[in-house]
Design a protein around this ligand. Structure first.
Ligand SMILES: O=c1ccn([C@@H]2O[C@H](COP(=O)(O)O)[C@@H](O)[C@H]2O)c(=O)[nH]1
Length: 241
C-alpha cells in the first residue's frame, strides 16, 4: 500500500465566492498543497463542476463538501451524478441509515463518501439547543459506527473525537478533521467550537485535516500551507513514536 504523505493529508478549503478566485488561491499556493475542498459557497457558482475538472486536470485531489441530506433515493441519485464529476471525496450528513446505505451503494469505485458526524461549529450547548443531550464524543462515535455499518469510507469529526473514531473504525477508514487552527493561531474564529492544532489532530489519528481561513487569509498562503504540512509531519512522527 502506498504511504499517504504529509502534503496529501492537508485539504485546503477554497471558501471563496467564485471559481475564478478559487483558481487564484490554488495558483498562489504554488504546489504547497495538492488536495482542495470545494464546498457550498463555490457550489453557488455556475462554474463549480468546471472547477472540479480543472483541479483534477492540474493533478490535484478534490473534496466536494456538499453535506447532502435528503431522502435515500434523492441522495443516492445525487451521489451517482457526483461520481461522474471526477471528484475524489464527498460529504453527506449522518442522516438515516437507509440514506447512508444509498450513498455508499451509489458512490462507485472512485468516489469516496464520508459522513459528517457533528459539525465542528457545535458544542454541547448547541446540541442541547437542538434537543440532543448525548455527549458530543458519544454522538460522534455512534454516527461513525453507523457510517461504517452502511459501507461508507469514513467520517468527518473534530480532533477531539478522532482518537476514539480511529479505534472504532480501524486504520483504513477516513477520519477527515476540520476545525484546525495552527499552533500559532490555535483559537477558533468565532464559529468553530471544537478546534485542534494540525499536529495534535494527526497524532490522534486524523487521516486528513481541512484548513480554510488560516491559509486563505494568510499574508503568504503558500508559507502558511507549508508550515501546516510541517506540523502534520510532526504529528505523524508523534503517532509513530
Ligand atoms: O464539521 C465540519 C464540516 C466541515 N467544515 C468545513 O471545513 C472548513 C473549515 O474552514 P476554516 O476556515 O478552517 O474554519 C469550512 O469550509 C467548513 O465548511 C467544518 O468546518 N466543520
Amino acid at each position: 500500500m502506498t504511504e499517504t504523505t504529509a502534503r496529501q493529508r492537508l485539504i485546503v478549503a477554497l471558501d471563496l465566492p467564485n471559481a475564478a478566485s478559487a483558481r487564484g488561491l490554488v495558483a498562489s499556493l504554488d504546489g504547497a498543497a495538492g488536495y482542495y475542498k470545494v464546498g457550498l459557497e463555490l457550489a453557488m457558482d455556475p462554474g463549480y463542476f468546471d472547477l472540479v475538472a480543472w483541479l483534477r486536470e492540474q493533478g490535484h485531489q478534490v473534496f466536494c463538501d456538499l453535506k447532502l441530506h435528503d431522502i435515500p433515493a434523492t441522495v443516492g441519485r445525487a451521489v451517482s451524478r457526483l461520481a461522474d464529476s471526477g471528484a475524489n471525496l464527498l460529504t453527506i450528513h449522518a442522516g438515516q441509515q437507509a440514506m447512508l446505505e444509498a450513498a455508499a451503494e451509489a458512490s462507485g469505485a472512485e468516489l469516496q463518501v464520508v459522513a459528517v458526524t457533528a459539525l465542528t461549529s457545535l458544542d454541547q450547548a448547541d446540541l442541547a439547543d437542538l434537543g440532543i443531550n448525548t455527549p458530543v464524543d458519544e454522538l460522534v462515535l455512534r454516527h461513525a459506527r453507523r457510517a461504517r455499518d452502511a459501507g461508507l469510507d469514513g467520517v468527518v469529526c473534530s480532533g477531539h473525537e478522532v482518537r476514539r473514531v480511529r479505534a472504532a473504525l480501524g486504520p483504513q477508514a477516513l477520519a477527515v478533521t476540520p476545525g484546525i487552527r495552527p499552533a500559532t493561531n490555535a483559537v477558533g474564529d468565532g464559529d468553530q467550537k471544537r478546534v485542534m492544532t494540525p499536529a495534535a489532530a494527526i497524532a490522534a489519528g486524523a487521516s486528513h485535516i481541512v484548513v480554510g481561513r488560516p491559509i486563505r487569509d494568510a499574508a503568504d498562503p503558500a508559507a502558511a500551507a507549508r508550515a501546516i504540512v510541517a506540523e502534520i509531519e510532526q504529528g505523524l512522527a508523534e503517532r509513530a513514536a
